[in-house]
Design a protein around this ligand. Sequence first.
Ligand SMILES: *Cc1c(COP(=O)(O)O)cnc(C)c1O
Length: 355
Amino acid sequence: MSPLFIPGPVDVHEDILAAQAQPMLPHRGAQFEEIFHRTEKKARRLFQTKSRVFLLASSGTGFHEAAVRNLVSERMLACVNGAFSQRWYQVAQTNGKQVDLLEVDWKQPITPELVADQVKKHQYEILTIVHNETSTGLLNPIAEIAAAVHLTSPETLICVDAVSSLGGTLMEMDAWGLDLVLSSSQKALALPPGLALCAVSDRALARTEQVPDRGWYFDFRRLEKHRTSNSTPATPAMPLIFALEMQLDRIFEEGLENRFSRHQQMADHTRAWALGRNFRLFAPKGYRSPTVTAIENTPQIDLNGLIKHLSARDFIIASGYGRLRDSTFRIGHMGEIDMADLDNLLEEINQFLDE
Ligand SMILES: *Cc1c(COP(=O)(O)O)cnc(C)c1O
């Protein structure tokens, strides 16, 4: 089924594509508000939160900006071990925030010990961290990090980018004590791009009162006021809301546990294949991503040749991201694809390698 083995955008089920083609509705009308209300409630179940989920026309990066605009008046910490966490750091800087950087080698996870040490040094209003670093195929241990921060600096709000993990692996916002979890539609949720989802805790929402100049479009207080009347301050991305509701139904029908184990099995399979073909994996054991595998080109194969060979056969994989472009390649195994799709892809790669 799937030609797209890149870590977003991914293939979208035909029923979901069709859901977007429903007739539009007045966005300030009972019919749409009812749909919005239902969809937001279902989204909370995905984040495993009782608080609230903002559904907004934007890509996920919009909420990188929203987090720092809404929650930081003085000082924050950015944890960086890949290109997307680095982006969040830059978003904070370019919004004029005082931001300290905790960066580790991109082949290493952010650890609870490192973060606990750093948050002892200053009173940070928030820390930002990426759950699944799509650029390196590395999953940071968010639950453990959050627990360590709760002990050492309970006032620090924990803001998590779950763009390429939500819907592909476990996310328990409330149980882990997270304050903000953001995601995009086009990754493990397997929707078209254009919708951002962001769950915000009660205490994070309360914190916004102390922060001036939060802006307008992404102001959490304004978003909350409209959410409670089942809408958004500006026109919602209606076709994507239709699609999201149907996709959430499909996800719950598959079952979250089943969905996560399908992703884990595809990840295990991809890693075993890569190691069997004498590649090395970029991320270390114990921290490898369930949704995307970053593979080092240790045997020095012709990567451009491989990508061309595959695309001529309707399979698309991703080169490395940013500074890893020439030394790695990435196989996305997220969304709707299954083991049979993955096997078809790996078989094609084998043929190229054996030529
Ligand atoms: C893709 C990605 C982003 C950027 O998401 P957009 O929806 O393109 O803004 C941010 N973080 C991670 C981890 C990603 O994989």
